[in-house]
Every structure is written in C-alpha cells, then in structure tokens.
Design a protein around this ligand. Structure first.
Ligand code: SAM
Length: 220
C-alpha cells in the first residue's frame, strides 16, 4: 500500500496560467505535432496540453485523478468540437495497454506522490510508450528552498498540512536520483530551472524539465 494520492481542487483555480501551453514544453510539443500521431497527457489538469494536441489533429488522451478536471477537459473539447479521450485514473496505474503512445507529457504532476510512487509512475509511462517514442516529464527539485528533509516521510516527500495543497504529497529529487530513476530511457535533455518570475508574477519553483526517448527495441 503506497502513500495516499490526492487530486487538485480545480474548482478553486482561476482561469489563466494553467490554460496556455507551457513555454518550456512548447518547442517539443511542436516537434511532436510534426512527427507523432498519439499522445497521452498524464495528470492533465484542465488539459492545456491534451487540448493543444487535439487542436493540431493528433489522437489525444488525457488522465487525471480529479473527476472535475476531466469534466473540464471534456467540456472544452466539446465546445471546440475536437476530441480528447479522457479517463479519471492514477498515474501509477495507467488504464492503457503497453506501447500505445508516441508521446507522453507529464507536466508538474509526477511529484504528487512519494519516491516509490514516482518510480511506479515512470515505469507506467515507459510501459505505455512505443519504442522510439518520447516523454516530457517535469520533476520538483530538492534545490527548492521549501524542501526540508526533516519534514519528509521518506527522505524525499513533504505533505503540506495547510493551504491550497493540504494533504497533496510533493516529492523532491536531485539530479542523481533522476539519472537512476530514468535509466531505462535515453535522456534527450535535462535542465534545472529556477522560475523567479512566471507570467509577470513572482514564483519560487525550481524544477527539472526532462525530455526522454524510449530506446528502439533491442537497443539500450
Ligand atoms: C500542477 S497540476 C498540472 C496539470 C497539468 N499537467 C498542466 O500542466 O496544466 C497537477 C495535476 O496532477 C493531478 N494529480 C495529482 N496526483 C495525481 C495522480 N496520482 N494521478 C493522476 N493525476 C494526479 C492533479 O489533480 C492535477 O490536475
């Protein structure tokens, strides 16, 4: 039995920053539009990335733990007369067969669990990706000044006791952890970024932005 997972409460999140495609992922998303057919958005939230791929004519699937988020994606897709296949699901048990997708985006989601949960979610993303497929995953960095190992449940994971994210686990990793966790993939790029200002607002986030490729069968 792993740590308890808890969805975001999207009803409290104002329209805006979570509704436009993320600037870090955009260059990779544009490449995927040119070369890929099937995309999965894991922990899709209001679906900004899943909707982007659907608008561009790709077969787009999205999962989130939050039924409200999934309903918001469905409504938006319907309003635009585009198709996103959605499911309420946990990232550690994706409801898809092996090797179904050319691309998997998992943006600011995989850290909402503990170390073992991150490991499981990575193995699920690997499983549903086709060989030669790509993933783009963002991770919380231990360099974040909010990280305090003494307040963790497993040396990595803090669970806020108040505020908007009360009860939602946040797992923090360093680059050595990532090299270990991602060893089955080949790493296309891995950057650690400090956001001082985001969309004109102060920000404290420090994340790893990682672009990965699942090796062609027979190669590692
Ligand atoms: C920071 S939001 C990011 C949303 C989206 N990826 C984006 O970039 O707009 C994190 C999302 O992860 C979802 N989430 C949290 N734990 C999850 C889990 N175990 N499985 C699937 N989704 C989860 C939350 O409900 C929330 O929608």
């Amino acid at each position: 039995m792993g740590i308890e997972h808890k969805a975001w409460n999207w009803k409290n999140v104002a329209q805006g920053s979570w509704d436009e495609i993320s600037e870090e992922f955009l260059p990779v998303a544009l490449q995927w539009c040119d070369k890929f057919e099937t995309i999965l958005d894991v922990g899709a939230g209001r679906g900004r990335h899943a909707l982007f791929f659907a608008r561009n004519g790709l077969k787009s699937c999205a999962v989130d733990l939050s039924p409200d988020a999934v309903e918001m994606i469905n409504k938006q897709a319907e309003a635009e007369n585009i198709s996103v296949e959605t499911a309420v699901a946990d990232m550690t048990a994706l409801p898809y067969q092996d090797e179904m997708f050319n691309g998997v985006i998992c943006f600011h989601t995989i850290f909402h669990t503990d170390y073992e949960g991150v490991k499981k979610a990575i193995s699920e993303i690997y499983r549903v990706l086709k060989h030669d497929g790509e993933a783009y995953i963002t991770f919380n960095s231990m360099d974040n000044p909010n990280f305090d190992v003494k307040k963790t449940v497993d040396g990595y994971t803090m669970i806020p006791q108040d505020g908007d994210e009360m009860g939602i686990p946040h797992c923090y990793l360093d680059w050595k952890d990532l090299f270990e966790l991602l060893k089955d993939f080949s790493i296309v790029s891995m950057n650690e970024t400090i956001n001082f200002i985001r969309r004109s607002k102060p920000s404290r986030g420090i994340h790893y932005f990682v672009h990965l490729k699942k090796p062609v069968k027979g190669f590692t």
